[in-house]
Design a protein around this ligand. Structure first.
Ligand SMILES: [Zn+2]
Length: 510
């Protein structure tokens, strides 16, 4: 090619790539993209020492579940939903976490939270111990135990606070403070016979009395009192050893609160144990007497924020997971939005120059999104046809080959499976081939055409599922890690989940 031609081509490229000349330069999408670029260019890595670390874990809120929560929130605000931005989605740094555990492709909350809290992966069902421990065995003192970030924070003189809408003895909060060979050892009744390993509830109280945990707010009262003891809300305890761990904590100066009124009257300068429900706390969608996740978050922050050496706070939205296990998207998205409210308050309230704030999930669920839905299709309803002449969908749902509408969201397994077991007396007994008989023992058909017109407004509605299981399951997909504050730029790329610990550790030690 002649030099003149090359120069001409170069010049042509330069002129056509000049942003000022692009024909789309006044398009709003283009302008928004340029604004985002400017924000990115202005981002400066924060290399301060993290005085405080806040780890927010939404149990089960993988990238798919989060998409549903985002669209729901945006639609609640009157928009199409997909363009809504959750408070944590504004954070400057993002990574994906690989959530598998040592022996599980699809993980549980015990193994995943142990990874985040200790920096190592371990087996399914284990809390604060490595994979040399056999799940369900009796743990010998000191064997296999690994150190939690909460203990490290304590060693640096920080306060430690735990907030969860699940039982405080459930896997995620337990992994902050406990060592257990089984997540199910929530009280003494679940332990193997003659095993002296302290149960999880007992470990929490021990840690509160030793000053290793300063604030713990959540559910699970039943695991702290004996089965013969009735709690403030008329529920019996579950312990079998006659112990009342709440009374023991109170005798040693820990304040006990059990409802919004007692929480509101608390002395923030003293340790606080809040047990607001016998088991898990109420779903946000049904909440009547329990404090909101945001209220507990505010109380925990107020209790620790004046401490000169700072604090570590773990907040769990524990019931996103439970709603998804039920195939019940309506409750799941409201749980996630309760967490978003708590995070929005944190962003406003804490000093992000000295606070590393991480929002993540422990694992994803078997949630799936169907069809080529038009904009604004109700995330809890049917997938509607794209409108060629307008942004908003048409009034017609898309149909499957069976002629029936389908929902935007399905689950690939769960109790709401379209396959149901056929009673033996209804089997096609004229079919003599036993293989065919067996295949027909579970059969079904989609019934979406029978749904009431406003089914999406029903909080109890379960999305369609395929594989019939007792409960919908987790999945092994990646989850997002959103972060802001000191050293959050290190949470970048596709990471093993246990790297979260290493970044937290680095941030507080700098
Ligand atoms: Zn789960």
């Amino acid at each position: 090619m002649k030099l003149v031609t090359i120069l001409y081509l170069l010049c042509w490229c330069c002129s056509t790539l000049d942003a000022g000349e692009l024909s789309q330069k006044n398009n709003q999408w283009y302008l928004d993209g340029q604004a985002t670029l400017s924000d990115k260019l202005a981002t400066v890595a924060n290399t301060n020492t993290a005085k405080n670390v806040i780890l927010v874990v939404s149990d089960g809120n993988g990238v798919g579940a989060n998409y549903a929560a985002r669209v729901w929130r945006g639609q609640q605000e009157g928009g199409y939903g997909d363009d809504y931005v959750m408070a944590y989605e504004k954070f400057p740094h993002l990574a994906l976490a690989k959530t598998y555990t040592v022996n599980a492709m699809t993980p549980d909350s015990a193994g995943t939270m142990t990874a985040m809290m200790t920096g190592i992966k371990t087996d399914q069902g284990l809390i604060g111990v490595d994979e040399t421990i056999l799940r369900g065995s009796c743990l010998e003192e000191g064997v296999g135990q690994v150190t939690s970030f909460a203990s490290m924070a304590k060693a640096l003189g920080k306060k430690v606070a735990i907030v969860s809408t699940a039982r405080l003895t459930h896997a995620t909060p337990a992994a902050v403070y406990a060592h257990s060979s089984d997540r199910d050892f929530e009280d003494d009744t679940a332990l193997p016979a003659d095993c002296t390993q302290p149960d999880i509830a007992q470990q929490l109280i021990t840690k509160m009395l030793s000053g290793d945990v300063d604030v713990a707010l959540g559910g699970g009262r039943r695991h702290f009192i004996d089965h013969a003891t009735i709690d403030e809300e008329g529920q019996a305890g579950q312990r079998g050893d006659g112990q009342n761990l709440i009374a023991r904590a109170r005798r040693h100066g820990v304040q006990y609160v059990w409802d919004p009124a007692t929480l509101a009257a608390v002395d923030y300068s003293q340790p606080i144990l809040g047990l607001f429900a016998s088991s898990h706390m109420e779903y946000e969608a049904d909440r009547t007497s329990d404090p909101a996740l945001k209220t507990m978050t505010q109380a925990a922050v107020r209790a620790v924020e004046k401490h000169p050496a700072g604090y570590f706070l773990m907040i769990e939205a524990g019931r996103v997971d439970h709603a998804l296990h039920g195939g019940n998207l309506a409750r799941a998205v409201q749980e996630q939005n309760a967490l978003e409210s708590a995070v929005a308050w944190l962003v406003e309230h804490v000093n992000l120059a000295e606070t590393l704030l991480i929002v993540t999930a422990d694992h994803e669920h078997s949630i799936a999104f169907n069809g080529y839905c038009g904009r604004g299709s109700n995330i809890l309803g049917f997938c509607m046809q794209i409108n060629k002449q307008a942004i908003k969908h048409t009034d017609e749902p898309l149909l499957g080959k069976d002629g029936k509408p389908y929902e935007v969201v399905s689950f690939t397994n769960g109790a709401s499976s379209i396959l149901q077991e056929v009673p033996e007396e209804e089997w096609y007994l004229d079919i003599t081939n036993q293989d065919i008989q067996h295949a027909l023992a579970w059969s079904g058909t989609r019934k979406t055409h029978q749904l009431a017109e406003d089914f999406h407004a029903d909080h109890d509605h379960r999305q369609e599922a395929l594989i019939p299981l007792h409960a919908e399951t987790h999945s092994g997909e990646d989850v997002a890690i959103y972060s802001i504050g000191p050293w959050s730029h290190l949470l970048n790329g596709t990471l093993e989940q246990n790297v979260i610990f290493h970044v937290m550790q680095h941030a507080v030690r700098q």
